[in-house]
Write a protein that binds this ligand. Structure first.
Ligand code: GUN
Length: 304
């Protein structure tokens, strides 16, 4: 397999993590070890894996983290109580409630209950609003922020580019569109947001200079939907049945990688593309939350 057109998410995430590690070191020297609390409700296997991976990266970079695990049948008011306690805990600079939540809990109500200053997920309505307004003072959701960094650090021009995003979810699609349509450096794209009711998605895709797949349909993007030379970013993580696999299933993205790679100009592998970037941006957001909590200008951390 030729690999010269791959966007190496692991290498770029390592670079960002090293920058964040230095910021964390500076915060620790000033008496503020950054703290992040994960909240998990129930035992969703994917959520367990994701939170476990995030915790490991915290430990590696010097962020103090812990996970609060609540039972699957936890009422919404109990989770709200825990969030209120964490909002008041000065050692918790960041709070991350892992989605999806069980059906008795209103996800939007939970995200709105997290203090916007501790909202390292960028899901609080205030931070969502700031992102849309182009106010850089809020927290940006980690996955679209990670995709943005992949583009920037790979030297891929977004200004004037036709960007087609597949998927209009609150975690990836919508904030991704908000980031790239801003009148700002590394943005200024013409953004098309496709979704389940879009007519002729393939025609939209074929126009894209940058195609970002985040709709959660296994291997949806095929070679004939990609303009030769286009940049293809695969955000999807889908478990599909595979009788040949050890546990009867395997993970695939939203892009048919084997088919699309020869057509694309640049493409993210999956795994090893967007995934490590999501975690890297969470670490960066947490360092920033800790800096803000101490009244420090987060920008001054960059110089360390
Ligand atoms: N579930 C899938 N992605 C995310 C994420 O970025 N943050 C949280 N909290 N839950 C998720």
């Amino acid at each position: 397999m030729a690999s010269d057109n791959l966007i190496d998410g692991r290498a770029i995430a390592d670079q960002i993590n090293e920058e964040t590690r230095r910021q964390i070191e500076a915060l620790r020297e000033r008496g503020t070890p950054p703290g992040l609390v994960f909240v998990r409700v129930g035992e969703d296997p994917a959520s367990r894996v994701y939170v476990g991976m995030k915790e490991k990266t915290c430990a590696r970079l010097g962020i103090e983290s812990r996970t609060e695990v609540l039972p699957e049948d936890t009422p919404e008011r109990e989770l709200l109580k825990l969030i209120a306690a964490l909002n008041a805990d000065p050692a918790a600079h960041g709070i991350l409630v892992q989605a999806p939540l069980p059906p008795q809990i209103n996800e939007a109500a939970i995200f709105a209950a997290v203090s916007p200053n501790k909202d390292v997920d960028g899901f609080h309505p205030l931070n969502v609003g700031k992102l849309l307004l182009g106010d850089g003072g809020g927290f940006v959701p980690c996955t679209p922020a990670g995709v943005h960094q992949l583009l920037i650090r790979s030297g891929l021009e977004t200004s004037g580019a036709e960007v087609v995003i597949l998927g209009r979810g609150n975690i990836v699609g919508k904030p991704m569109a908000a980031i790239l349509c801003q009148k700002a450096e590394h943005a200024n794209a013409t953004v098309t947001l496709c979704h389940s009711r879009s007519s002729d998605i393939a025609a939209h895709c074929r126009r894209a200079d940058i195609l970002i797949a985040a709709m959660g349909v296994p291997e949806f993007v095929k070679a004939d939907m990609v303009k030769p030379g286009a940049v293809v970013i695969d955000v999807g993580v889908n478990r599909i049945a595979d009788p040949a696999a050890k546990n009867g299933s395997r993970l695939v993205g939203d892009v048919d990688f084997a088919g699309v790679q020869p057509v694309a100009g640049r493409i993210t592998p999956n795994p090893g593309g967007v995934g490590p970037m999501t975690i890297a941006m969470l670490m960066a957001n947490t360092a920033r939350a800790a800096a803000m909590a101490t009244g420090m200008d987060p920008a001054t951390l960059q110089e360390n």
